[in-house]
Design a protein around this ligand. Structure first.
Ligand code: HEM
Length: 462
């Protein structure tokens, strides 16, 4: 049973926030860092408090640390050595393996993301601008009380209009798919509850949306440390146990979206609006406006299907569309979750929980490209950075050998210069060549998201 009262809410509950701020933090000394952690603990929402949806309890604060941050707070070298190598090294040090070269190289990253002084991130979510300002002000008060802690950089996140559903700057509907974890109860409308005991259930319909997928629910140990994973055993945990139990890793990725280049591409490859929408859908694997999956609706968008949480994830690739005639093998969704495809022996070992949102100004449909910095800033939650996040990025997104395509993921791939996409068609494949990159990696880091007891442990270190 997941210890919901100890787990930070971030990966389990999804508050209805349209606005957020990430504060990236540096500690100048251990004492100040620990004081700051201690002051913030009561503001951190647990899975239980946020899932219970008490309207007066809108503490959507999350707190996570880099390996350098744990070291700075005074975790012993012996204990630090028990954390996995990927986390110890950090994302910037692993750039070559992740395909972050050329324009995507950490030398070009923003917000001091590649700096060794990056120690922590505070994620402040809010329902609206006023609420966010209140959170930011409150956090500033904590910082004023602890002079040895400073903000290294901040990133403002705002939902892209129109706000009737979540989408990113290219216009794709997002937040459709998320792994279902054993113990989650899915209601008739796709709402999620987490069973907190044999009888007791906390219902949280307005907080999360997920839907039954084509694979079985995941074991909790795929996302939270201290629980059995898909192999049936509890993997070795970093020590001491109080620090790691109920924790998760967050792989952060900030990607600029070149909306002008993307829209030009659609216009160059589709004469009519319908054709352009089909090209956009082929790149993603889902229709842009509704998220309806191409496997289930290959020729035209289907609003009812897209918004039906019982059906919009209930499909497979190998069995239903082996050649990719409906959903191209190289499309983003098909690469990021290969479902029943044979490249995956046990799919539930490669899942991530996606969190985050969009930053930068909205570019209206008819506006000329203004070159502004806009994109997504996302956290991939998992229990094993290397097996889950890094595998997705280095192999499924970036390895040209993936399914012998000689291509990279059109969105999550690190593309420096021209690239290609294949849209399988009977009787011949259609290969679009010399495309300009739609995205650029602008930052990244690995964080550890501890449980509440672990936060207390960090605050109490000597
Ligand atoms: C600018 C870059 C990106 C864009 C525009 C983008 C957009 C999207 C959209 C619209 C969806 C479909 C919505 C859904 O199924 O909930 C999706 C799914 C997904 N994306 Fe991304 N994404 C980007 C980068 C990434 C990165 C960097 C990762 C990996 C860390 C990632 C991992 C996934 C996964 C795992 C899914 C779910 C696929 C499924 O289960 O069927 N994406 N993405």
């Amino acid at each position: 049973m997941l210890e919901l009262e100890d787990i930070q809410h971030y990966l389990l509950a999804r508050p209805n926030a349209v606005i957020a701020q990430y504060n990236f933090i540096t500690f100048h000394n251990a004492e100040a860092g620990r004081k700051w952690v201690e002051a913030l603990i009561p503001t951190v929402g647990t899975a239980q408090s946020v899932l219970a949806a008490n309207p007066n309890d809108m503490r959507w604060v999350s707190l996570a640390f880099t390996w350098n941050g744990l070291q700075k707070l005074g975790v012993s070298e012996e204990e630090l050595a028990t954390f996995p190598e990927a986390f110890r090294q950090g994302m910037a040090a692993r750039a070559a393996m992740l395909g972050d070269t050329g324009i995507n190289h950490p030398d070009n990253w923003e917000d001091n993301m590649a700096s060794e002084d990056l120690h922590a991130v505070v994620i402040l979510f809010a329902r609206d601008k006023d609420e966010r300002e209140r959170c930011i002000k409150k956090h500033q008060e904590y910082l004023d009380q602890t002079p040895g802690v400073e903000i290294l950089s901040t990133l403002l996140l705002e939902a892209v209009p129109p706000l009737d559903y979540v989408h990113e700057h290219f216009g794709y509907r997002d937040r459709i798919t998320t792994p279902v974890i054993e113990g989650m109860v899915i209601g008739a409308k796709g709402e999620v509850a987490i069973s907190t005991g044999p009888k007791e259930e906390s219902r949280i319909p307005e907080f999360t949306s997920t839907s039954p997928g084509s694979h079985l629910p995941s074991k909790p140990g795929e996302f939270f440390l201290g629980y059995p994973d898909e192999t049936g055993v509890i993997p070795l945990q970093p020590q001491p146990e109080v620090l790691s139990k109920n924790g998760s890793y967050l792989a952060y990725r900030k990607m600029q979206e070149h909306v002008g280049a993307f829209r030009n591409f659609l216009k160059q490859n589709g004469k009519t609006i319908e054709e352009q929408e089909l090209v956009a859908a082929k790149l993603m694997g889902r229709w842009r406006k509704t998220g309806a999956p191409l496997v289930l609706s290959p020729d035209k968008d289907d609003r009812e299907l897209g918004f039906d949480n019982q059906r919009n994830n209930n499909f497979d690739y190998e069995k239903m569309d082996p050649h990719g005639y409906a959903c191209p093998v190289g499309s983003h969704c098909r690469r990021m979750n290969v479902r029943d495809t044979s490249v995956s022996r046990i799919m539930n070992r490669r899942l991530i929980i996606r969190r985050g949102g969009t930053y930068g100004p909205y570019l209206p449909d008819d506006a000329p490209d203004d070159g502004a910095n806009r994109g997504i800033a996302v956290f991939a939650g998992c229990a094993d950075i290397s097996r889950q996040f890094e595998f997705l990025i280095s192999v499924w997104a970036n390895d040209p050998e993936f399914e012998h395509l000689n291509e990279r993921d059109p969105f999550a791939g690190s593309i420096d210069g021209a690239f290609e996409v294949t849209i399988p068609k009977r009787p011949i494949k259609k290969k679009l060549k010399g495309l300009q990159a739609f995205t650029t990696v602008r930052g990244g880091a690995y964080f550890f998201l501890p449980g509440i007891k672990a936060l207390k442990y960090l605050a109490s270190l000597q």
